[in-house]
Design a protein around this ligand. Structure first.
Ligand code: ZN
Length: 293
């Protein structure tokens, strides 16, 4: 995936604590955060504008309607509704099997992911997983933990001045880019996103085990996707026993009728098969430096 250049964002290993054994489904709350929820939304808005400049957003009506239909079902879940975040869903032309969601709820889904899923439920699994990172505010939580000293100053300066959020954060090395602290998560965060994602799926009528099956497929060699899964696995490191954990969670969720299908999956596949991803856009030239010393 083409990423916006960022210098110096260092992902830190963050401990959220191991979820304790529970009879019922796990309940997760967002962790420590120096950003307000409104600042998550603002950061996401600014970041999304930048993503749209760097990546090719697909405006095909079938694909757009499709991901929004699946997304809306997930947004109707209890956790997503209670979060209050304004989720949105866009398709970008990129052959790698990936999707990412920015703080505040803007999600970008690669054409490569649409090609790779075997069912609507598998797509819903990845989308539910991404939405859970947003609901649990993992990106700004990690940024907060990594920048305890500088971040309060940067956020205060942003609120009192005219600087953009991204501009202000860039000064302390936070942005979107390879290994961005906002988009590359710890294994603990991944576990949480898996389990909460299974709740979202279940409420939407999708079998949570399809998320486990899809992750299993990504992790299996010999499926002909090796080159295209690297970014996903890099951004979403595989927690131990991922499938078993999802299966155990699915077992204790309230019984739901699974098997919802919008009926548009086949049509989506036909459309996405005809899309040719453009060559990656060349890197942006660096901003001109002042000649004055
Ligand atoms: Zn993840």
């Amino acid at each position: 995936m083409k990423r916006i250049v960022l210098a110096g964002a260092i992902a830190v290993a963050v401990s959220f604590g191991t979820p304790s054994f529970a009879q019922g489904p796990h309940h997760f709350q967002p962790g420590f955060n120096l950003f307000s929820k409104q600042q998550d939304v603002q950061l996401g808005e600014e970041s999304a504008s930048q993503v749209r400049k760097q990546m090719t957003v697909i405006s095909d009506p079938v694909l757009t309607a499709y991901v929004n239909r699946v997304g809306k079902r997930l947004v109707a879940s209890q956790e997503a509704t209670e979060s209050g975040f304004p989720f949105s869903f866009e398709v970008v032309a990129d052959p790698s099997i990936n999707a990412f969601a920015l703080p505040g709820g803007h999600m970008f889904i690669n054409t490569g992911l649409l090609r790779a899923v075997d069912s609507e439920a598998q797509l819903a699994g990845v989308m539910g997983h991404e939405m859970s990172h947003v609901i649990l505010r993992h990106g700004t939580n990690q940024a907060s933990k990594a920048n305890l000293i500088q971040l309060p100053v940067a956020l205060a300066a942003q609120m009192s001045g005219k600087n953009s959020m991204m501009g202000q954060l860039a000064q302390i090395g936070i942005g979107l880019g390879a290994n961005s602290v906002l988009l590359k998560f710890s294994r603990n965060a991944e576990s949480q996103a898996d389990l909460m994602g299974s709740h979202l799926m279940s409420e939407a009528g999708y079998d949570p085990m399809e998320m486990a099956h899809f992750f299993n497929k990504l992790g299996s060699p010999g499926k002909g996707m090796a080159g295209n899964v690297a970014q996903f696995m890099s951004d979403h490191p595989n927690p131990d026993n991922r499938e078993r954990a999802i299966e155990q969670e699915a077992r204790v969720l309230p019984q739901q009728k699974y098997g919802y299908e919008s009926g548009e999956f086949k049509r989506m596949k036909e459309v996405v098969a005809r899309i040719h991803e453009p060559a990656p856009k060349p890197p942006q030239p660096p901003a001109p430096q002042s000649s004055q010393q």
